[in-house]
Design a protein around this ligand. Structure first.
Ligand SMILES: Cc1cc2nc3c(=O)[nH]c(=O)nc-3n(C[C@H](O)[C@H](O)[C@H](O)COP(=O)(O)OP(=O)(O)OC[C@H]3O[C@@H](n4cnc5c(N)ncnc54)[C@H](O)[C@@H]3O)c2cc1C
Length: 393
């Protein structure tokens, strides 16, 4: 049997971040992933904020940045645009579109350089408690073997099973699981090449549609829906969106991506004796945007740091590991709660109300205007939308 201090299950962004920080903290770390190529296939529109990468101490790298962004275009159901670009406002932060297949591999390489041992094409089948450790049954190329670890870090993504093997109730409710579906396309004709576009309303019930530019005429074109909120399949919504959007009239798909995105926030308990849960497996996703790369990596970072210090103390109990829960909630919990409210508000609006809101914001000079003036604008165009906002705050 192989023995280690920390076993990270899943080498997505969250798992690699956890492995890197646990190794940097001096723990013996193994990270396993069932994939034969880390990062592929991608299930992501690949957008991250600059500030998020900076918080994690990660320098952007030409190997995995495909496009630097200058802002956002919001499109309401009737086609009203709100542009939030540097021409219009002092942007608090812009971002990048990544090449996840390279980024994820690069993050795993970072973990390896920090001292973690990576085992690819290695599936965790199940685990059992043995003394003050877990024994995980793994499979590599048809062969079964076991790894014994004092601390397990479950970073096995949106369909996570590892936390549940340990008795944690981390499963996402169907009503909080967005179904994301996307084409990577060539021949996309965007109005501005360095702006990400979001389309709201019945085009994507419970979510939104997006076009994220990747340079030249290439873009990720996708949408996320809550399937309970619609009679159409996510694929039917995507085909309709591509057929009707002016930017994709001459575009062709070169890749098809599909995946779940847990947008209900973090479950109550994401740690226990000998286990920490991070990334999508712990609902560390922005509930409004569905973005989980940065927040998941922050989860991984906090999990890795606490795991290493618990190993150094020789204490793997839940009382020791709850420090992780405090640290990650202090770091991203407030943001998640705030965006849950904004999402609830956005989802409560009809297509007409969304159009009114877009109208209220259309000619606003964001830098110069006060919140009171924005509210006055909203009262003029849609008192109903304002009332709903008031109820949620
Ligand atoms: C369509 C779509 C678009 C998105 N767009 C964005 C975006 O633009 N920006 C953004 O920030 N986020 C986006 N997201 C969310 C983002 O992709 C996830 O939040 C992010 O990948 C979470 O990272 P993770 O490491 O937690 O999980 P994952 O990236 O899912 O990694 C989990 C890893 O665990 C491995 N694994 C699972 N089970 C086992 C097992 N039993 N044994 C071994 N290995 C296992 C998997 O192979 C996988 O490599 C999007 C999601 C979807 C579905």
């Amino acid at each position: 049997m192989i023995k280690t201090d920390v076993l990270v299950i899943g080498s997505g962004p969250a798992g690699s971040s956890a492995a890197k920080h646990a190794a940097l903290g001096g723990a013996k770390v193994i990270v396993i992933d069932k994939k034969s190529e880390i990062g592929a296939p991608k299930r992501c529109a690949e957008g991250v904020s600059k500030a998020g990468l900076a918080d994690l101490g990660i320098e952007p790298n030409v190997r995995w940045v495909t496009k630097e962004l200058d802002g956002v275009r919001l499109v309401s159901p009737n086609g009203t645009n709100v542009w939030l670009t540097s021409d219009e406002i002092e942007l608090p932060e812009a971002g990048y579109i990544l090449e996840r297949k390279i980024f994820d591999k690069y993050m795993a390489m970072d973990a390896a350089r920090a001292g973690a041992e990576i085992k690819i094409k290695t599936l965790a089948h199940g685990m059992r408690k043995e003394g003050d450790a877990y024994v995980v049954t793994c499979e590599h190329m048809g062969e079964l073997f076991e790894i014994k670890a004092n601390i397990i870090i479950a970073a096995d993504g949106p369909e996570s099973r590892v936390a549940r093997w340990a008795g944690l109730r981390t499963a996402t409710k169907a009503t909080n699981m967005e179904s994301g579906i996307q084409f990577e396309m060539v021949g996309v004709e965007m109005e501005k090449q360095d702006v990400i576009e979001f389309y709201f309303g019945s085009v994507a019930p419970g979510g939104y549609a997006w076009i994220f530019p990747k340079g030249d005429d290439i873009a990720n074109v996708g949408l996320a829906v809550i399937t309970n909120d619609t009679d159409k399949t996510p694929y039917e919504h995507l085909k309709d969106f591509v057929a009707n959007c002016p930017a994709t009239q001459n575009a062709q798909a070169v890749e098809f991506n599909i995946g779940g995105d847990p947008v209900g926030g973090m479950p109550k308990k994401i740690y226990d004796d000998n286990i920490l849960v991070c990334g999508d497996a712990a609902g560390q996703v922005n509930p409004l945007t569905g973005g989980g790369i940065i927040s998941g990596m922050k989860g991984g970072m906090h999990a890795g740091i606490v795991a290493a210090s618990a190993i150094a103390d020789g204490d793997f109990s839940k009382d020791r590991l709850k420090e992780y829960d405090k640290n990650i909630r202090d770091d991203i919990g407030h943001e998640i709660d705030k965006y849950l409210k904004v999402k609830d508000y956005a989802l409560s609006l009809s297509d007409e109300e969304l159009d009114s809101v877009a109208d209220a914001f259309q000619d606003v000079e964001f830098e110069k205007v006060s919140t009171t003036e924005l509210v006055k604008n909203l009262i003029k165009v849609s008192p109903k939308a304002l009332l709903k906002l008031g109820k949620l705050l």
